[in-house]
Every structure is written in C-alpha cells, then in structure tokens.
Design a protein around this ligand. Structure first.
Ligand code: GCW
Length: 653
C-alpha cells in the first residue's frame, strides 16, 4: 500500500499550485520552497519563478528579507492586498513556514485584503523524540511503546538505505512546525550506543534527509558511553579523561553533522546509568555534556524522569509524584545555559489525567523543556481514538503562578514522544495523525484553540470534504480524550493497566509492585493522600494558589480528586454525585460514547478513502471491546470493594 499523504495530500496544494508565484532569495531551504511550489504548479497549472524580477503579475510573493529582529529565523509576515499575497521572512525556515501557512489557508490566501500579520513560534525548539531502537529489542520490539509498526529510520540492523519516507516525514512535520527530531530511544541499548561513534555516518544520512525541511537531528546517548565505547574505567563527569572523551566524540559528531542539534539523556532513571554512580549531581552530569556540545552550538536535553522504581509498596511515605521536584529543584541555577531540563508534563507518567508537574515554574534559573507523549502508551495505544489536543492545550495554558503559562515557561522547548512508525498510515490508527499534527501546531503556538487546530487538520487531510464528513470527523475526535478518561481509571488516580505492556484494565496490576503507582482502594475508599496536612506533602510543591486548592478535598477539582486525596466512596463531588456513583456513571457513559462514535464513523463510509475507512472501522471494534472490558472490570471491582449498588440498577458483575 502506498504511504498515506496525511495532511499534505496533493489537493492541499490546489490553491497555491494554480497561482503565479515569485520566490525571492537563495539557500537550501529556499530551494525546498521552490521545489514544493514547482510540484504544486506542475499539477495545478500555475507557475513559479525565482529572482527579484518579474513579480509584477504574481499572485503570491515569497521573499527573504524583512526585519530580522522582529521575525527571528523562523517567523514571517503575511499580508494580502487585492491581487497579491506576500510572505516575507528574515530566515529561510521562516520562508518555509510561510509557504505552509499559505498552503493551510488554501483559497482564502488569495481573496480579499488582510493587513500585515506577524507569525512567530512561541517556542524555539519543537521536537519529536523517537523511542526507536536499531535492533529489535526482545521485550519492547523495535520501537519502545511504538504502536505504528517498526522504525521509520532503522531496519534490518542499519539505517534504512532508502530514505524517501524519512524525507516525506520531514516534510509532513515541517508543515506543522516541527524543527527537531531525536532519532533513537532514550533507553540506549548496546547496539544503539554506537550511533554516537562508529555508526554516526548512519545518523548523518538521516540528518541529510531531514535537513531540507529545516529539521535538526538529535541523538540519545548513554551516560556510560566513555566506559562502553571508550574503554575508560569510569563515566564520572568530573574526571578529566571522561570530559576529554566526550569532547573528542562530540567533535567527530559535528564533523559528520555540522548542524547536529545535541544529545538527549535519560540518566539514573529506570536503571539507566548516570552521575549518581560516582556521587555526582545531575547538574554535574548535564553540564559535562553541555560543555562538550557548547563549542559547536549544541544543546543537551537532560530528562527529569528520575524516581525510585524499586520502592516498597507498603511504605506510604515515599511518593513517586514528588521525585522530579525533590531531585531537581535544589539544583536550580546550576545548569549550563545550553543544558535543558526536559520534564514530563505530569509528575507521574503520561496518564490520561495528571496535574501539571510542579517542577514547571519552580526552577526559574533553569531552561525547561516540557515533554508530552504522542505515542498513546496509556491512552489506547493507537487502537483507540484518543485525540490529545485538548489535554496538551490544558497543560500548556496552565499557569503555575499568576502570569506565565507552561507554554511560555518551556523556554527549552516542547517535545513529544513520536507516534510514528513504518506503518502506511504513519501512526497505526489513521486518526492518530491528528495528534502528531496538533502537537506541532500547539508547540508553535501553545495558546492556539485546540478545536481550531482539529478543524485545520480535518480541512487539510480531507480536502474538499462535504460538510457531513467534516462534522463527523470533528464529532469522532473532539471529545475522544474525555471519553477515554471516562472508561478507564477514574478521577485522576491513573494506572489500573495491565503491567508491562500497559494495554487494557488490571485494577490491581501495579498495586503491590515496586513502581510507585498505587490507588489504595479498600472497602471504605480510594485515592492517594498527597496533602501536606496528612499525606505525602506533594500538594505543597505547588506555588499558590494551586497548593491551597489541591490541599483540600473541598477545593480540589473533581477530575484530580483521587490523585490528591483518599476519600470515601460516599464522598460527594462538586458535580453532586458520590465518588462511587461517578465511577459507575462515567464507565457506562464512556462505552456509550464509543458506541456513538463508531456509528458516526460507519455513517462516513463512502466519504473516506476505503482503505482508511476500513482500518478505522476495524479499530473501533477493538476499542469498543476494550472499553466494555474496562467498564466491567472497574465497575465490578468497586462494587465488590464497596458493596454500594448502582443507583440505576445497571448490570455490574
Ligand atoms: O512511560 C515510561 C515508559 C518507558 C519509557 C519511560 C521514559 C523510554 O513505560 O517505556 O522508556 O517512560 O519515559 O523514559
């Protein structure tokens, strides 16, 4: 099957491709702009010329120039007067983004007048992290938490020889504003460790395929590289030989890839090596790598996902949610300017509902990047429709303190774990493409309205769609995250998944495990007391007003109640329902909503390309089966624990 064109189908270029365009400027990305236009014009009868001359009769002018200070390297201006649309950018990337802006607007870009607008990304780094292994890992498969087939980059033990799809990927993600990709798993295993040294040529090939779309390549490295690759006795970040080894290895990386973005590091996390082994701090570790990449203009993305994954489940004082804050806040101000601390958006691990990590906003002297997960590890594994735009938007618009939002605090970038593989639809579930697109657009503008982003994605992916199709797609996707939340773990408590692979319900799957992820349900109640007064003290890691709001079950928002508090089944929520009745109701509703979405999808047959329609239809069967399984297990579990019957007498086992 041919690769799906996602949000850049041929028809998306109809409007620009049928116009007369002048491209003014030189450079490799300007060449890309020209190539894109030439391809569109080849199909739709327009024309494109290059140079300063001949603009008189043009409908569209794309020009390098303009105010470098106001626009930066990535911004552009857009203006429309009768008969002429003009995009001006100071940098080549800006011109490329300007082109894709015009493509998104379609016909609208050529009608009426519009005063000059400035478009500029809020966040300078908008990155996709691939958890791809070169070798197929015995437990995790090739892509860790990947639900879209094998790796896009690596096959049969090597970088793919044919990089056509990688090029197409670069084009797609540039069109939604992404400018960086990390090409391998943060869990760096033996084979992958060598990408840093003797196999850097393969990374360079991938970088070469992504470069024409303005995408810089980053690499995940193991902290133990000086030992496992360099044969040194230690990886101690303060050891001179270790520092020299990294400086040398890094210089060779930049010889191969002059615009290399930098390293991504998972250290002292889930068994990965790190500076703790030598009694050094994470600032020592990150700064050593930052020093190695600094002369070349690179950045180190140091992940804050550090917690005890071997904790005693019987010990109620240890709280995994506290870990990142407890480890890193004392180090604020110690990180080098090109060391970015990469924080997961929530304190636990990409659950369907978590509060925003209290670390964000608590380290004013440190550049933070915020990481979200497009790959749907805990949100249906690309077998369920779960559009995450609204969740990410809530996170990005959250204001840890008065004034500044998470989107603005993420000065070191916004990062998503990619949901893409070698699947013909890119993302396994064809509708999972909406997540990838939404991430790019929200990373560019964290304040964007997610509903508008969804409609934009629909408009591009399904060009010239009849109103019924547009409305149907919107219906199926728009509320799907909340639907998923309804039929899975309730009220922010999280987990309750099958251990290991994390798909499907297992209420007590992690309850007596060392992973720090508990719900503490007993016959009287459920939830984790994270208050300062009687619990783990986690709520006090927030600034005001959040610390106070989360501290009390009376003021804590319903959707996070069980994250912050242990309450009785009879506790009355702000909605007026008891916790137990809320559990029953949401689980019945969640399944009904999946049934409705499935019906809507069925009604769109004939309006969607058959292969795409069939794939989603098939996946809806699985989603419904799984949602019913969740409903029945969760409801039965809590009925048996609490003995409280459903007020509506529905079937609970
Ligand atoms: O969500 C967890 C995953 C691990 C992952 C880890 C991380 C790459 O279950 O598979 O490892 O987080 O983010 O490092």
């Amino acid at each position: 099957m041919e690769t799906d064109q996602a949000w850049l189908p041929t028809a998306a270029f109809r409007a620009v491709g049928s116009r007369h365009t002048l491209v003014h400027g030189t450079g490799p990305l300007v060449d890309t702009v020209h190539r894109e236009l030439a391809a569109g014009c080849g199909r739709f009868g327009g024309s494109v010329v290059r140079g300063a001359e001949g603009g008189g009769s043009c409908d569209l002018v794309l020009e390098l120039g303009g105010d470098a200070e106001a626009l930066g390297d990535e911004g552009f201006t857009y203006a429309r007067e009768v008969g002429r649309t003009t995009v001006t950018a100071a940098g080549q990337r800006g011109l490329l983004y300007g082109l894709f802006h015009v493509v998104r607007l379609g016909e609208e870009a050529f009608h009426g007048e519009r005063a000059q607008e400035i478009h500029r990304p809020t966040t300078a780094l908008r990155m996709l992290d691939h958890w791809d292994n070169v070798a197929v890992h015995p437990v995790m498969g090739q892509v860790e938490r990947g639900y879209a087939g094998g790796s896009l980059f690596w096959a049969d033990g090597w970088a793919r020889g044919d990089l056509e799809r990688v090029r197409a990927y670069g084009r797609l993600i540039a069109a939604c504003g992404i400018n960086a990709v990390a090409v391998n798993n943060v869990n760096v295993h033996e084979t992958e460790a060598h990408l840093l040294t003797d196999r850097i040529g393969e990374v360079a090939d991938i970088a070469g395929a992504l470069r024409p779309y303005g995408i810089r390549t980053h690499l995940s490295v193991t902290f133990a590289a000086p030992v496992v690759l360099g044969g040194l006795p230690t990886a101690d970040p303060l050891d001179e030989a270790v520092r020299a080894w990294w400086a040398g290895a890094t210089a060779r990386v930049y010889e191969a890839i002059p615009d290399f973005g930098g390293y991504v590091v998972k250290a002292d996390s889930e068994g990965r090596p790190g500076p703790f082994a030598d009694g050094r701090s994470h600032a020592d570790g990150a700064n050593m790598l930052a020093a190695a990449v600094a002369p070349h203009g690179g950045t180190v993305h140091w992940r804050a996902f550090v917690y005890d994954h071997r904790q005693d489940w019987g010990d109620r004082t240890t709280d995994r949610a506290r870990a990142a804050y407890d480890h890193f806040v004392p180090l604020d101000g110690e990180f080098a300017p090109n060391a970015v601390l990469q924080v997961k958006h929530g304190p636990m691990d990409f659950q369907v509902r978590e509060p925003v990590s209290p670390l964000i906003g608590a380290m004013p002297g440190t550049r933070l990047a915020v990481e979200v997960q497009a790959t749907q590890e805990y949100t249906g594994q690309q077998r369920h429709v779960c559009w995450l735009g609204p969740m990410w938007s809530e996170v990005l618009r959250f204001r840890p303190e008065e004034g500044v939002s998470v989107g603005e605090l993420a000065r070191g970038g916004l990062v998503a774990v990619s949901n893409v593989g070698d699947d013909p639809f890119w993302t396994g579930h064809p509708l999972g493409q909406a997540n990838l697109y939404a991430f790019g657009r929200l990373a560019w503008n964290p304040d964007a309205d997610p509903g508008a982003v969804l409609d934009e994605w629909i408009g591009l992916t399904f060009p010239e769609a009849p109103e019924r199709l547009v409305a149907g797609l919107h219906d199926v996707l728009d509320g799907s995250w909340r639907t998923y939340e309804k039929y899975t773990a309730p009220l922010g408590v999280g987990w309750m998944v099958q251990p290991g692979h994390h798909y499907g319900p297992s209420v007590d799957g992690y309850e007596y495990s060392p992973w720090g992820t508990y719900h503490f349900a007993d016959r009287d109640g459920i939830g984790v007391d994270r208050s300062a007064a009687t619990g783990t003290g986690y709520a006090a890691q927030y600034a005001k007003p959040w610390a106070e709001l989360y501290e009390s079950p009376e003021t804590c928002p319903d959707e996070l109640l069980l994250f912050f508090h242990h309450v009785s089944y009879g506790h009355v929520l702000k909605s007026g329902k008891t916790v137990i009745q809320h559990i029953y109701d949401t689980h019945f509703e969640g399944v009904e909503e999946v049934e409705e979405a499935r019906e809507v999808w069925a009604s769109l047959a004939g309006l969607v390309v058959p292969a795409r329609h069939a794939r989603v239809t098939e996946l809806f069967e699985e989603q419904l089966r799984s949602a019913r399984e969740w409903r029945d297990q969760i409801n039965s579990y809590f009925f048996r624990k609490s003995g409280v019957p459903d007020a509506h007498g529905r079937r609970i086992y």
